[in-house]
Design a protein around this ligand. Structure first.
Ligand code: HEM
Length: 404
């Protein structure tokens, strides 16, 4: 058994039992961050803060929301929005943050891709990040069901229908997922449980994994420099802070992070107060009606690119391209055959690949909102085919890449 002495202070009492000084050193004061990183490295912290806002606003909404197909719509649109003091504010914070978090996730992902921050020991950071992306997608979808409006109902119908897997006609699987033949009370109950309990728990565990995966390889830097963190941190601790290439995470780097977070929060709350409409589909202000299909059923903007991977093809092939799009990004660290973890601008063909992928995914998202006919169909089809071609080409163009 460990040896305990009479504590000299409250701090010492806890430290003897919980080793808080060691934890603080490993996770904060001696967690070393390169000096040469820009504001894009604050996106991770912005994501953590936005997730916190979603949790807090979600808890307030949960106090009045009713997961019942007869009362859910009114509990959101009348009770929370009109009767409860500041209910509208919590709802706007929740809806706007849910949409904006995807914008930040995409910026964070593309920053990682641009700087090659997913290889040479950082593979688990990328894989845990992709798992977070999937978990957030499931969280957003399940939350969309809860107001039980027309879009909740019909998007729920369309997405669960995908599980029949086209020509395989697995209708039993669709009914098992819904708990009924159509979206109904059992469906709302289980999506409610997923949204407020199971998926948030999974997200919290995954954030833990993501942060843990960062601890050993440390974050990359904008110059692709291989920093020896042991040597540089010793310099810092010896007092040669000016020549050391690293700074402490806490409080040094955190204060920089928080400056970017503060600017972000101004933007976020501008949207919450004055421009919240984009985060809520007008059709969802009509209560769910299983006898009236809306003319157009579209997913939220952040799902449009993957929706457009499905649409231009026949049902079975479309499901395959959709599954390809969801799965292939997980493999990025293994498909990129070059060892260069530097900015794409120094990587020859990879730079072309990067910008094509970005523009292609924007084009797919734009086409996902257009009717699938005429010129829109042609552009959508080309963009979806290019997406597949880009991922097939990646190992080929990177295997010949010269050392940067
Ligand atoms: C809510 C979800 C997420 C949170 C809270 C989060 C948080 C963080 C934080 C705090 C960092 C370190 C600082 C930074 O580079 O920003 C980081 C790094 C990283 N994240 Fe995430 N992340 C999330 C989602 C994702 C996703 C979806 C991906 C991509 C699939 C991803 C991939 C990465 C990569 C590759 C790095 C390493 C960057 C580097 O070494 O320079 N993360 N993340």
């Amino acid at each position: 058994m460990a040896h305990f002495t009479k504590a000299t202070s409250i701090h010492d009492w806890f430290n003897q039992r919980l080793g808080i000084d060691t934890v603080n050193r490993v996770l904060a004061t001696e967690y070393w961050i390169p000096k040469n990183i820009n504001f894009l490295w604050a996106m991770g912290m912005i994501l953590a803060v936005t997730f916190g806002l979603l949790l807090v606003s979600g808890i307030f909404l949960l106090m009045y929301y009713q997961p019942n197909i007869h009362t859910a719509f009114d509990s959101v649109n009348y009770t929370i929005m009109q009767q409860v003091d500041f209910g509208w504010l919590w709802r706007h914070i929740h809806a706007v943050s849910a949409s904006v978090i995807f914008l930040i996730i995409y910026i964070h992902m593309f920053t990682g891709i641009y700087y090659g921050s997913y290889k040479n020991g950082r593979e688990m950071i990328w894989i845990s990040g992709m798992l977070l992306f999937v978990a957030f997608s499931a969280e957003a979808f399940s939350g969309y069901m809860l107001p039980w409006g027309q879009m909740s109902y019909w998007a729920g119908m369309v997405i669960t229908n995908l599980f029949s897997l086209g020509g395989l006609h697995l209708n039993g699987l669709v009914e098992w997922i819904r708990g009924d033949y159509i979206p109904s009370q059992a469906f709302l109950d289980r999506f409610f449980m997923l949204h407020v309990l199971l998926i948030p728990l999974i997200i919290i565990a995954l954030i833990g994994l993501h942060f843990g995966a960062l601890r050993i390889p440390h974050v990359n830097n904008q110059d692709g420099e291989e920093i020896d963190f042991d040597v540089e941190s010793k310099k810092y601790l010896a007092g040669d802070k000016a020549n050391s290439k690293v700074i402490r995470f806490m409080n040094d780097f955190l204060s920089k992070d928080m400056a970017v977070v503060a600017i972000y929060l101004v933007f976020l709350f501008y949207l919450v107060f004055w421009n919240f409409g984009f985060a809520m589909d007008p059709i969802n202000f009509d209560p769910a009606n299983g006898l009236q299909t809306p003319r157009d059923i579209y997913p939220e903007w952040y799902f449009l690119w993957s929706y457009e991977m499905l649409r231009p093809f026949s049902t079975n092939f479309g499901l395959m391209t959709f599954a390809f799009a969801q799965g292939i990004m997980f493999l990025l660290p293994f498909l990129d055959r070059s060892k260069n973890a530097v900015a794409a601008s120094r990587r020859g063909w990879f730079q072309v690949w990067f910008w094509l992928l970005l523009v292609d995914m924007i084009a797919l998202s734009a086409m996902g909102k257009m009717p699938p006919s005429g010129i829109w169909y042609d552009i959508g089809f080309t963009a979806a085919s290019l997406f597949i071609a880009l991922w097939v080409a990646l190992p080929i163009i990177t295997i010949f890449e010269k050392k940067a």
